[in-house]
Write a protein that binds this ligand. Structure first.
Ligand code: ZN
Length: 243
């Protein structure tokens, strides 16, 4: 079974459509959360994922903020503005859809958590130390995460007590049978690893491999949509820099 792994779409429909157009054939879509917030097309992104039968799908901190399930004071001022704007765009069906999603689950012997297995909504896995601390918090060999918007993997090899952490590059394939892994495919709609291209991954559950991909999309189009929605300039500008 091949699963297309997407995370942190953040209502960037142009990027999401580019990912679906470029992705190699797959049997399932797995969504690690933060489908909305920041970007200009929240309804359309949710509808497209429902059409594509994304399952499992997780809820992220921004999704929860947009449906009023976390306190907006946890967010920086521009994220608050974007969350309030997004909340006004959603229909009852979008709210109900997001409200029913977990922040962590398992599928086909893989764990999925939006932030981390230890604290699925909020924790950022940004270092080898934090990754090491998280390995006891899931039972499978591999945990897929999002939240930092940085494509990376942490590997805990047999006999070692601390994990190593590496960037996950475009075209790189991980042999998931070699160690225990925490893998972040990167962000579809707002990458922050200085590569502005949309990030996604293909997980092959038969071979136990995960391949990372980056795909260019029309960033200027998303930026125009954001400007027309009066979303904050700093959020518009960052897309071009992948930061
Ligand atoms: Zn996010």
């Amino acid at each position: 079974m091949k699963a297309l792994i997407v995370s942190d779409i953040h209502a960037n429909l142009v990027a999401l459509e580019a990912v679906f157009a470029a992705a190699p054939p797959h049997d399932a879509v797995w969504n690690i959360g933060d489908t909305i917030g920041y970007g200009p097309r929240p309804r359309e992104c949710l509808d497209l994922l429902v059409d594509r039968f994304a399952n499992p799908a997780l809820v992220g901190n921004h999704d929860l903020a947009c449906i009023g399930d976390v306190d907006l004071t946890e967010f920086n001022p521009v994220a608050q503005i974007a969350s309030r704007w997004t909340a006004l765009q959603l229909g009852m069906d979008h709210r109900a859809y997001l409200k029913a999603l977990p922040a962590m689950t398992t599928a086909n012997g893989y764990t999925l958590a939006h932030g981390s297995p230890r604290a699925p909504v909020w924790e950022y896995i940004t270092s080898a130390a934090i990754a090491t601390d998280n390995f006891p918090f899931f039972d499978t060999d591999v945990c897929l995460i999002g939240h930092t918007h940085i494509a990376m993997y942490a590997a805990l090899r047999e006999g070692q007590t601390t994990a190593e952490i590496h960037p996950l590059r475009d075209g790189e394939t991980l042999d998931l049978l070699q160690a225990r892994y925490i893998v972040n495919p990167g962000s579809v709609g707002q990458p922050r690893d200085r590569d502005p291209r949309a990030a996604y991954a293909i997980l092959d559950t038969d071979c136990g491999t995960l391949t990372a991909h980056r795909i260019p999309y029309e960033i200027a189009l998303t930026q125009r949509q954001m400007a027309l929605a009066n979303l904050p300039d700093v959020l518009v500008a960052r897309l071009a820099h992948g930061m």
